[in-house]
Design a protein around this ligand. Sequence first.
Ligand code: 11C
Length: 314
Amino acid sequence: MLKVLEERNFPLTELIPVASEKSVGKEITFKGKKFPIVSMDTAIGMRPDIALFSAGGNTSLEHAPRFKEAGTTVIDNSSAWRMDPAIKLIVPEVNAHELSIDNKIIANPNCSTIQMVVVLKPLHDKYKIKRVVVSTYQSVTGTGVKAVEQLMNERKGIDGPKAYPYEIDLNVLPHIDVFMENGYTKEEMKMVKETNKIMSDDSIKVTATTVRIPVMGGHSESVNIEFENDFDLAEVRSILEKSPGIIVVDDVANLKYPMPKDAHEKDEVFVGRIRRDESAPKALNLWIVADNLRKGAATNAVQIAEYLIRKELV
Ligand code: 11C
């Protein structure tokens, strides 16, 4: 997040790094300057305009309301507030216009949902989506540092802590987050519920299979979309090319399609393999890739903050 703030030249007047008591007093470097880490209480006392939270659901549930009380607008990366009907779940390209000065806690969606809705939105506006079938190919950075270590240790033949119940290197796990009573995983249900909330349309049917693959960073998705209205393939491509935050990479004659390696450290969502689903009328197949730590997390949160500043909502 700090890297994204730095790169985008975010218009900040003061940076207040906050962490738990055991990190207080340590320093972080931002734009070549050192900043001391302060405690939650110190930060709340300083009444910042915006707080970017990425500290897990429990920390967020406990402390986001305290920042809100101090007049701060919290943008939260955890899943804690996402499905709360009083909280906006925002992807700037899709629904930033819903934000008002009264939204003091704003939720940042799940990474696999964000990259999909950026692409669904302009197509829904034009052709009205009836149903989406998505299968994901998600990288280990989505799980965190322990999973990165597991992959690297397995690759080197070293024993170590395990983030997954099985080997991840040279393997594929059809399992992300915990299993729910309906047989789906929590990640799959996030993709369903968050999509409906962000698109403000519960009539869109979504079904998901989320899969972990031995890729270090960047999530990929195979997305099948069934529309209410028929479409023209060239027009679909042109709509996507003109939509904010999307880069179309779709030239199979020259073997050009989006891959996680190419999306690394990029803020955009990449889409390719745009083709008609020949097994169903008014249906389309797409391949969507994004850096899950960027557009799927830090970039989206920072873009929400940029929007708030631009529209004078803080
Ligand atoms: C993954 N999508 O790739 C998860 C990580 O709800 O913010 C992000 C979890 C979340 O494992």
